[in-house]
Design a binder for this molecule. Sequence first.
Ligand SMILES: Nc1ncnc2c1ncn2[C@@H]1O[C@H](COP(=O)(O)OP(=O)(O)OP(=O)(O)O)[C@@H](O)[C@H]1O
Length: 366
Amino acid sequence: MTDAEPYLRLERITKSFGPFQALKDVSLEIFRGEFVCFLGPSGCGKTTLLRAIAGLDVQTSGRIEQGGRDVSDLPASARDFGIVFQSYALFPNLTVARNVGYGLESRKIPRDERTRRVADLLELVGLPDAGPKFPGQLSGGQQQRVALARALAIGPGLLLLDEPLSALDARVRQRLRTEIVRLHRRLGVTTIMVTHDQEEALTMADRIVVMNQGGIEQVGTPLTIYRHPASRFVADFIGHMNFIPALTAGPGRVRVGALELETGELDDLPPGTPVTLGVRPEDIQVRDIGGHAANVFSAHVGELEFLGGIWRAALTERSMGAGPALELRADLSSNAVRDLDVARGAELMVAVPPERIRVFVQGASP
Ligand SMILES: Nc1ncnc2c1ncn2[C@@H]1O[C@H](COP(=O)(O)OP(=O)(O)OP(=O)(O)O)[C@@H](O)[C@H]1O
């Protein structure tokens, strides 16, 4: 097997629980050394997919190949992975050292080597002195580090993380996030993490698999998923987005009420086709709007919400004639708000760069 070939290949995986289809024809390829996140709302099937990869919940149909080997029908014990669960799942009556060494013990690794390896692993996860303690004597974050060390002990080909951070408080979560990424860089172990937290996926993953209702909506790098969401679902699930109903008006142009806008992307749709435009709040410009800028219009400032580093402004464009007004949320820097005297009730010139407008065709996206 060469590195150009996927390390893990999922082919047409389905999973049914009675009449309910939790996974619908899922195909995916993951390469050696990648950090991949399965991201999606509760119940979309991400844990079910992870458990199928581990052999903990066998798929109803489909094929799973790992490292060039067909593992579809292998029991979990015969597959090559380490796993960390949300709930730590440590043995409460065993010391930390024995928890970490558990897999080594059952593989009959000699005691000396085991002791050395456990010490290395505890060092690796930043708990060099925790060996003699019991899990109950550690904080949640520390227990999750022990769970990580245990999962890595046998040097698995695949590290599976099932919402490993969601039981932890925000600060610990943040710190462990960085540590897991660092650990991954250092060890290079192919890693799959399930999360419903978009920020976690965006900051940690090499590639994100966005799931919805038992299927895959989009696979891509965090930047691609954020900048070029393939569907309205993805656009809505990741980050904030203004959705604006519009009609096509010729190549690269759309009409929103009386306003005509230029867009960077538009398939060859006949004029008058209903579409939905997607614009991120941070892509609405209020500064340095040159004379030749496209999509410039005046907007009325409504509510202004202070979010710390930025302000979120409710903007309304009123040249719409009889139609409903165009409402937008815009994220403005504190500097812009100060320099331009942006205040509730003010009028503000705004520009929406054409290349920052996504066009979703109605009915084509779920
Ligand atoms: N053992 C089971 N029996 C019946 N239905 C199940 C079983 N396990 C999961 N499901 C259903 O399959 C769907 C997918 O579940 P899964 O746990 O994979 O979702 P998820 O995306 O991981 O969500 P969450 O973030 O809530 O865990 C859900 O609707 C769930 O109710």
